[in-house]
Design a protein around this ligand. Structure first.
Ligand SMILES: Nc1ncnc2c1ncn2[C@@H]1O[C@H](COP(=O)(O)OP(=O)(O)OP(=O)(O)O)[C@@H](O)[C@H]1O
Ligand SMILES: [Mg+2]
Length: 250
């Protein structure tokens, strides 16, 4: 398993908990404590790629009392973008949960890919879902969703990990779990290095393609950002892990 998936947080708190986004964590925590009758059933998580939308969706599903193994359905709407997917959900959602939990959850990931027909069908499904059903929509392009659909959701804007405290903490945590020593300053230097490496690469490509200055700048800025996407940063960390000193015994 990739380190990226191995250390995907499964709880809000704890040694493998979600880093940052304290406000969202608190709001969602309060929400699951509400009586099911008052609780919203449709959630929309937005934010740039890699900020943790899917991760938050899965933690929320589990906290809502959904047996993740049996009653969580996760669709990546890039692959299931048509109306048939939604029709299947609408037929299926009346069935009771199969696992030990009380509720069933559908995560519609990258839901901006849903066709207009599918979005309209989804809107119908969201009108009167059975009380044991929750929908979690995730996207980095909420502007592609129909307004009435967005209006049905309770919206959370997820913030990406910052590069000065939170990303170093994540990298540090993973390195230590893998038995390596990786101090905060080393993590900060590492982040700086991977950004610079990405910048060099982008410059070379831009030069080869003969891009204009403005486009070159944009390409560099994008490359630096992508280098620090948790998935990429964790992959880069995996490469240097064997060269790091072993963690000292506590
Ligand atoms: N706040 C966080 N705390 C801890 N780990 C995080 C956090 N945000 C992201 N990660 C790490 O980054 C990975 C990416 O998170 P996730 O897949 O949930 O992002 P996403 O917003 O759904 O991205 P995409 O838009 O690409 O689907 C997780 O597996 C986890 O390892
Ligand atoms: Mg995702």
């Amino acid at each position: 398993m990739s380190l990226y998936n191995k250390y995907r947080p499964t709880t809000w708190e704890g040694t493998n908990g979600l880093i940052g986004n304290d406000k969202i964590k608190k709001q969602l925590d309060q929400l699951v404590k509400q009586s099911p009758l008052e609780r919203p059933q449709v959630f929309l998580f937005t934010g740039p790629t890699g900020c943790g939308k899917t991760t938050i969706g899965r933690i929320l599903a589990s906290n809502l009392g959904c047996d993740i193994e049996y009653d969580l359905q996760e669709f990546v709407s890039a692959d299931f973008r048509g109306i048939h997917t939604i029709r299947d959900i609408r037929r299926n959602m009346y069935l009771r949960p199969m696992g030990v939990g009380d509720n069933r959850v559908w995560i519609l990931d990258e839901c901006h890919n849903l066709t207009n027909d599918a979005q309209n069908a989804l809107l119908k499904a969201l009108e009167h879902p059975p009380s044991h059903v929750y929908f979690i929509l995730c996207t980095d392009q909420p502007e592609c969703l129909l307004a009435p659909l967005k209006g049905r959701c309770i919206l959370y804007k997820v913030k990406p990990l910052n590069h000065t405290e939170e990303l170093p903490l994540l990298l540090n945590r993973i390195a230590r779990k893998e038995g390596k020593e990786f101090k905060k300053d080393d993590a900060l230097q590492f982040i700086k290095d991977i950004k610079e490496e990405a910048e060099e690469e982008a410059k070379e490509i831009a030069e080869r393609k003969g891009l204009k200055e403005k486009d070159t700048k944009a390409a560099i800025s994008l490359a630096r950002k992508q280098a620090c996407h948790p998935r990429n940063a964790i992959q880069a960390l995996a490469k240097v892990l064997p060269t790091l000193p072993d963690k000292k015994k506590e």
